[in-house]
Ligand binder design. Structure first.
Ligand SMILES: *Cc1c(COP(=O)(O)O)cnc(C)c1O
Length: 225
């Protein structure tokens, strides 16, 4: 299968899921996760119409950034160390994986130094799996309040990852949990929070995520099989 036909099939599934949830397809963006392929293949993804690209590691982002520059809309989706923040602030459009106040502070400080405001998402671990990054839902308001004091970041929404091997029902509950957390945070009207995005759903579970309100789905392996 070619990348273009894989994308066509993903778009069809997105449309069906959106229809079944009574949602508009324009409200859902496909982020092509190119972490397993080179810049050439990432360029093919773009040529097939997917201009939002996601990388999970800073180095693999920088390698592709050297080739593709600002043409894609870049998303950093993986765990980020504070000492690497300086390489990406101002270059990536959205950092999905902000899972601590410490990291948010480092991003904000760097953004102020560069005279930009960096868009971020707060990552939550809804499933409670120990192997996953993200704040627990019980810490959401305290975490949000601390981040809201930082003027170099703007919080566009929330992100989560569901367990890879779980029942559909459990996965739906996790996605619904993120949506409900988002409503709770929205109700507080924190300074610097716009909260229009829910980043959830990957190759194996994006239709379920769309039914639960995802606005950004992060799809990798389904592009390249
Ligand atoms: C790799 C990755 C994805 C994409 O996963 P696929 O199952 O390949 O679609 C999405 N989100 C994050 C954070 C990832 O690291």
């Amino acid at each position: 299968m070619s990348i273009a036909s894989n994308i066509e099939s993903i778009r069809e599934q997105m449309t069906l899921a959106a229809l079944s949830a009574g949602r508009k397809i324009e409200d859902i963006r496909l982020v092509g996760v190119t972490k397993t392929v080179d810049a050439q293949a990432a360029a093919e993804v773009m040529a097939a119409g997917v201009t939002d690209l996601g990388e999970n590691r800073v180095q693999s982002f920088l390698d592709k950034y050297e080739v593709l520059g600002d043409r894609p809309t870049w998303h950093l989706i993986g765990h980020l160390q504070t000492n690497k923040v300086k390489y990406i602030v101002g270059k990536v459009s959205l950092i999905h994986s902000v899972d601590s106040v410490h990291l948010a502070e480092a991003i904000s400080e760097r953004a102020e130094k560069e005279g930009v405001v960096q868009d971020i998402l707060l990552q939550f671990n809804i499933s409670g799996e120990e192997s996953k990054s993200g704040k627990g839902a019980d810490e959401a308001l305290r975490f949000s309040e601390s981040v809201s004091a930082l003027s170099g970041v703007r919080v566009r929404g929330l992100m989560t990852m569901a367990p890879l091997l779980a029942e559909e029902k459990e996965i739906r509950e996790i996605f619904a949990g993120l949506r409900s957390l988002s409503e709770t945070i929205k109700a507080e009207s924190f300074e610097g929070f716009t909260m229009e995005h829910l980043s959830m759903g990957m190759s194996g579970d994006f239709p379920a995520a769309i039914r639960e309100g995802a606005t950004l789905i992060r799809v990798g392996s389904a592009l390249f099989r």
